[in-house]
Ligand binder design. Structure first.
Ligand code: AHR
Length: 489
């Protein structure tokens, strides 16, 4: 099978914001407790942070991590998690019907992100709380004033402000399951006033307003326009969330679901631009795609979780190889929308629907770890408009789907990276690349991640391994493969 790619430096889509490789660490299941923070485990450092997890997160090169939720944030009291650990109250977490010990809180998270070479994206509770609490939290984190909450931070051993830049105003506030769910009008007004108040405390921050919790809700679209009508001028990003479900229509359908992500982004951009037009605004709103992943493997197990446990095994999806191909294609899709998608958080990071799965004695890098790591490492510079020519197959929902999914990135003068998925189960693909009208380029590396069994899962005993390909007779993509190919002029 033959595939062709065309791109030209003259036609960039936009500059890649590294924050599209961000993630989410929510207080739920074993994401924090037993994942990031495990003080009794010999694998942890003196502050209780798992050293092997820090190492794996560094390898993933995650620029920013959204915290503390997710649904959890909508009934969370952040001040329960600061100060001397012995005095912190144990509380119920309404979102996941669990027990929250509060032994890990904001200051621990900030310390941990530093160790993991990352940074924080903070979410405020607009479910059970409002403007005043959001401002208190912002004061604690970012202000250098001689005032109550800034002084509390100093008392807790953090003299310098954290200067957290990006703030999520609530989480999935359209969703019926959200604690403190609101109508679009109520939420839009609250966001507008909260953003204004927070900006008056710290004008350097940027804010994210909640878009729909997914594209299938009955009010998708209406929610975006009504909310933005209230707060357009005072927010910088709108959030998008998307989870791919069980592959009930087979592997070839599952690995094409990134087409849904593409359509969803186009719809939200159109909705934002429609509000921009009606407001006669010169500002374009960008997208924070701050939750996305495959999520279904753990559904059956999770039906049996008893309420009011501490850090139960929840949403511990074990990913297979077809999931890795879909994650690869979704990353290609995000890269193709860098003109509007400036932030994307893979949900989540550790144990809960995550690329890193811990046990008492070590961790597993799941199949989905590798495309995430590769895009964080090689996905810098500019995305070029990439014309893809490929044989197709028929898939339910999507019609004709290209076997080849790919994008060309210009990393710098004369340096390029191609990310490519060969969706064919059986056939190799010869890839013909034409950059800048057949400029002479030398392939410097070709890394291929492939597996003939779409249901293969990485375990402590065996994993799919990457392979370095020597393309002596032109570029060849193996069947069912994720590829990273670099070139130099
Ligand atoms: O990531 C798991 C959950 O999915 C988050 O808490 C919520 O925002 C979404 O519904």
């Amino acid at each position: 099978m033959q595939g062709k790619l065309y791109a030209n430096d003259l036609f960039p889509i936009g500059t890649i914001d590294h924050r599209i490789s961000s993630s989410l660490a929510e207080h739920m299941g074993r994401s924090i407790y037993g994942g990031i923070y495990d003080p009794d485990n010999p694998l942890s450092d003196s502050e209780g942070f798992r050293k092997d997890v820090i190492k794996a997160v560094r390898e993933l090169n995650v620029p920013m991590i959204r915290y503390p939720g997710g649904n959890f944030v909508s009934s969370y009291h952040w001040e329960d998690g600061i100060g001397p650990k012995k005095q912190r109250p144990q509380k119920v977490d309404l979102a996941w019907q669990s027990i929250e010990s509060n032994q890990f809180g904001l200051d621990e998270f900030m310390k941990w992100t530093e160790k993991a070479h990352s940074s924080a994206m903070m979410a405020v509770n607009l479910g059970t709380r409002g403007i005043e609490d959001a401002c208190n939290l912002l004061e604690y984190c970012n202000l250098d004033t001689n005032t109550y909450w800034a002084n509390k931070r100093r008392e807790n051993g953090h003299a310098a402000p954290y200067h957290i830049k990006t703030w999520c105003l609530g989480n999935e506030m359209d969703a019926p399951w959200q604690i403190g769910h609101k109508t679009a009008h109520e939420y839009g007004e609250l966001v507008n006033e909260t953003a204004k108040a927070m900006r008056s405390l710290d004008p350097q921050i940027e804010t994210v307003v909640c878009g729909s919790s997914n594209e299938h809700t009955p009010i998708f679209g209406k929610w975006e326009t009504e909310v933005l009508d209230e707060c357009y001028d005072n927010v910088d990003y709108i959030s998008m969330h998307q989870y791919y479900e069980l592959p009930s229509k087979g592997t070839m359908h599952h690995i094409a679901k990134s087409i849904r992500m593409d359509r969803f982004i186009n719809s939200v951009v159109a909705l934002c631009d429609a509000v921009k037009a009606t407001k006669k605004s010169s500002k374009s709103l960008n997208i924070s795609f701050d939750e996305w992943n495959v999520w279904y493997h753990s559904n059956e197990h999770d039906k049996n979780i008893k309420p009011w446990q501490q850090a139960p095994h929840r949403l511990e999806d074990v990913y297979n190889f077809e999931d890795a191909l879909l994650i690869g294609s979704s990353l290609i899709t995000l890269l193709k929308h860098v003109d509007r998608v400036k932030i994307a958080c893979f949900a989540q990071l550790v144990n809960v629907i995550a690329p890193i799965l811990t046990t008492e004695t070590g961790l597993i890098k799941q199949t989905i770890f590798y495309p995430l790591r590769d895009v964080a490492k090689y996905g810098y510079g500019e995305t070029l408009q990439t014309s893809v020519q490929s044989p197709t197959y028929k898939a339910p929902e999507f019609g004709d789907v290209n076997y080849l999914d790919s994008v060309i990135i210009k990393n710098g003068e004369g340096a390029y990276t191609i990310f490519a998925v060969n969706r064919s189960e059986t056939e190799t693909m010869d890839l013909n690349v034409n950059i800048n009208d057949n400029q002479t380029l030398h392939e410097t590396s070709h890394q291929s991640y492939s597996c003939s069994n779409p249901d293969f899962k990485n375990t402590a005993e065996q994993s799919v391994t990457e392979e370095i390909v020597e393309d002596t007779n032109g570029i060849t993509l193996k069947p069912f493969s994720w590829n990273v190919i670099t070139f130099q002029a």
